[in-house]
Design a binder for this molecule. Structure first.
Ligand code: 3PG
Length: 213
């Protein structure tokens, strides 16, 4: 795909305490958003495939902001994985797990952080060789208590809880031994791209430096 460094899912998770979950409606917002995030100390950026412009956003960041590491979120199919890789994504995040998505990401050379919310999904992902997983939707599906319960049978699995996480509750999750980082959309509030308030993104990213794994 490109000669850039390849990252494993674990490396993506270990880069910072938070992986920002980013929704962009306009490709023109992608580069300023990525630069604002870098200025706040975050370079792993999950751009979700939820808008018509998402792939163009990934492409723009991959091309114009080489210090950032852009990934695709909301990868739900083989076609999503292929499109994400073609656009220059360097990792993928999925909301749930299927073997088809797992295999598709392997085929196109994308590190995958698969989403799980049940013990069965964890077992399916583990059977396919995935041991770094996103717990989604974390707060709604049992939060800290669920992660503690999973720590017994799934002692070798490391999680990135996402869904309902904020700067305020992130420390509770990061304190768990089976949590490497958290994910969250709070770093790019819904109206920020339209307002062009990139300084706010940098401030919100900077705040996450108070979080520690
Ligand atoms: C995701 O897709 O990972 C979630 O929408 C992020 O959840 P949050 O908006 O509650 O941070």
């Amino acid at each position: 795909m490109n000669e850039k460094t390849q990252f494993t899912a674990l490396q993506v998770m270990q880069d910072a305490p938070v992986i920002p979950v980013i929704v962009l409606n306009d490709a023109a917002h992608a580069v300023p958003m990525a630069r604002a995030m870098l200025a706040g100390g975050i370079r792993m950026l999950e751009v979700t495939l939820r808008t018509p412009q998402a792939l163009a956003c990934i492409e723009a960041i991959a091309r114009e902001v080489p210090e950032a590491v852009v990934g695709a979120g909301t990868v739900r199919s083989r076609a999503d994985a292929q499109a994400a890789a073609n656009a220059g994504a360097r990792f993928a995040v999925s909301p749930g797990y299927t073997s088809a998505v797992g295999q598709a990401c392997r085929d196109v050379g994308l590190a995958l952080l698969p989403g799980v919310a049940t013990a069965g999904e964890i077992m399916a992902a583990q059977e396919d060789g995935f041991t770094e997983l996103k717990f989604f939707p974390a707060l709604q599906a049992g939060g800290v208590a669920m992660l503690k319960a999973w720590g017994g049978p799934f002692f070798e699995i490391r999680f990135c809880p996402t869904g309902g996480i904020s700067l305020q509750n992130a420390p509770d999750f990061l304190a768990l031994s089976n949590v490497v980082c958290v994910g969250g959309s709070w770093l790019v509030p819904a109206n920020v791209p339209e307002l062009g308030d990139w300084g706010r993104v940098t401030r919100l990213a900077n705040e996450t430096r108070s979080l520690h794994k």
